[in-house]
Write a protein that binds this ligand. Structure first.
Ligand SMILES: Cc1cc2nc3c(=O)[nH]c(=O)nc-3n(C[C@H](O)[C@H](O)[C@H](O)COP(=O)(O)OP(=O)(O)OC[C@H]3O[C@@H](n4cnc5c(N)ncnc54)[C@H](O)[C@@H]3O)c2cc1C
Length: 253
């Protein structure tokens, strides 16, 4: 049974560059259980780190799980995934998903930036409803989405920036009831949630809008969660001093 607290030990089996800003990692994850929800994601803990970052399961086949990782200016997983990670041991948390169109939906609209592209591809590949997609990506990824998808490709205004909220505010909505799914930079998502609630008056069941990352001007501090170090240290029989030394080392103190 899969529980939210379940963790999988995994190994990077292959690494491919899909485009200048997107790296595909094929992981061997013994025992992996999919939720079957097409935007399902896992938590990823990379070597020598304790913080979790979240990635969509782009595809899976038995114990093989594919994650497509965005390479942006700087970041904990970005730095690791930029290098040769093949053979590295990582930890994944159990998959969870939130895609849930209401019964009787007549259409789907998907909008997102590069971090949302893996989920949009999987959703579009599994949906039987007429689907429109707005994808804001910095690279030419015209082959990434399933053939025949009705896609509007957008270019971000600058590295690490997005104007998805403005684009979505200008969309002509189809007639009838449907489902709107969107993910990307958090402030853009907040703006769209307000728009959907106040201006479009959509019922909550008709949309899911998720902040996948947060634009902050300064580099994020590498705050390290001591909980995981403590548990791992105790499990391997370390003394308290050894555990806190490991904690200091992890924080670079
Ligand atoms: C449910 C869910 C599913 C997701 N699926 C994917 C996925 O399939 N592929 C994927 O690549 N990401 C995905 N993300 C987003 C990913 O978790 C974040 O982008 C994460 O912050 C990247 O971690 P990092 O260690 O590289 O950077 P961090 O150490 O978290 O951040 C470092 C700096 O980079 C900035 N930053 C973070 N992300 C981005 C970005 N995407 N573009 C520009 N600047 C950024 C931050 O503001 C910060 O200043 C998903 C997030 C969620 C919640």
């Amino acid at each position: 049974m899969t529980t939210r607290s379940q963790r999988y030990d995994a190994v990077v089996a292959r690494r491919e560059e899909v485009s200048p800003h997107l790296v595909r990692l094929m992981l061997s994850v013994p025992g992996f259980t999919s939720t079957g929800v097409p935007d399902e994601w896992v938590g990823l803990v990379v070597p020598r780190q304790f913080q979790v970052r979240y990635y969509t399961v782009r595809s899976h086949d038995g114990d093989q799980v594919v994650l497509d990782v965005v390479i942006h200016a700087e970041g904990l997983v970005t730095e690791w995934a930029s290098g040769d990670s093949v053979g590295d041991a990582v930890v994944l948390t159990a998959a969870q998903g939130s895609y849930s169109p209401p019964a009787g939906a007549e259409w789907l609209m998907l909008a997102g930036d590069l971090t949302a592209l893996p989920a949009m591809a999987r959703i579009a590949g599994s949906a039987s409803l007429p689907t429109r997609i707005w994808a804001e990506v910095p690279d030419d990824l015209s082959d990434y989405l399933p053939a025949g998808a009705d896609v509007t490709w957008l270019t971000p205004p600058a590295e690490g920036q997005s104007r998805l909220a403005e684009v979505v505010r200008g969309i002509d909505w189809p007639e009838g009831g449907g489902y709107f799914w969107m993910a990307g930079e958090s402030s853009q998502m907040r703006a769209i949630r307000k728009h959907l609630m106040r201006e479009r008056g959509l019922p909550k069941a008709a949309y899911d809008v998720m902040g996948y990352w947060r634009a902050v001007t300064a580099r994020q501090q590498r705050a390290v969660d001591p909980g995981a170090i403590w548990q791992a240290g105790k499990a391997s029989g370390k003394s308290d001093e050894e555990i806190w030394a490991a904690y200091d080392e992890a924080r670079g103190v």
